[in-house]
Design a protein around this ligand. Sequence first.
Ligand code: SAH
Length: 325
Amino acid sequence: MTPLERALRDRIKVEGPISVEAFMEACNAYYYATRDPLGVDGDFTTAPEISQMFGEMIGAALADVWKRAGAPSDAIYAELGPGRGTLAADVLRVLGAAGFAGEAHFVETSPVLRDAQALTIADAEWHDLIDDLPQRPFLLVANEFLDALPVRQFVGGVERRIAIAAGGLAFDRDGEIVEDSPAREQAARQIAERLVSNGGVAILVDYGHERSAAGETLQAMCRHHFVPVLSNAGEQDLTAHVDFEAIGRSATDAGAAVTRLVDQGEWLIRLGIEARAEALSRANAERSQDIAAALHRLTSADEMGSLFKVMAIHSPNWPAPAGFA
Ligand code: SAH
């Protein structure tokens, strides 16, 4: 039994069965606090860890929108759940070349990942919560952040819970599942409120769906394989698909502007990732096969290209970033 499962069993003995939301929150807090899960030797690989081209396209989109907004010098770069800091480094290199010299502010709760991020972006400032970000215009990025925030599950209108059964932890009911996520909607609302008061733009990348729909999407990953959600509590990555309709609604309700949702592959191609891949291959002929493979992984519909989606939220006083029209 994992240390977290022992703690969760004790909690269930005192409180009774706990919600899926409480379980996912406890598991991910423990999981991220105790390891760097990224990469081939870890549990899963994210787009910025596949290739620098991913962050460079985001950097190009942010540089362009920042310039069109008048290049405000008080703007900051903000990132939610920056992992190893790889994405931030790629984005900031492109932003810097465009004349942006703003501070980097990271919202990150894991001490292990904060240490990893400090090796990449030494002068960043760290925060526990979105609401702790400074009141300044921001260029914000969140890649695979929302999918780690907890979801609730309902069966026939009743919230699904986790109890102790003979063999371990078990769901208290099965049936047709509907998911929602107050934590994600709160994050979208907080981002939008900041954008409305201070200006700026946020680019959100995650796997998910365009319209709210019934269905179970909660999943667990360990060493690049799907594993049962309730096994090895705290030792595997729990995620659920992002309901972008709910995210967009929370942001619009807070007064921000929301772009259309675009497939990651389509968005990266519109921003010029193919030309970037060609230029990188010309400059590094010995790496051209790796570059082609990374381009395929990021953009192709049978890889990450259409499972992952991109949405931007922006201040009503700022233009929309490129690639969404
Ligand atoms: N964006 C990175 C890492 C994605 S993994 C990449 O694309 O490679 C999810 C990240 O979100 C990790 O950095 C994790 O520690 C962080 N995270 C998860 N839940 C969080 C929370 N509630 N508050 C702040 N950071 C969180």
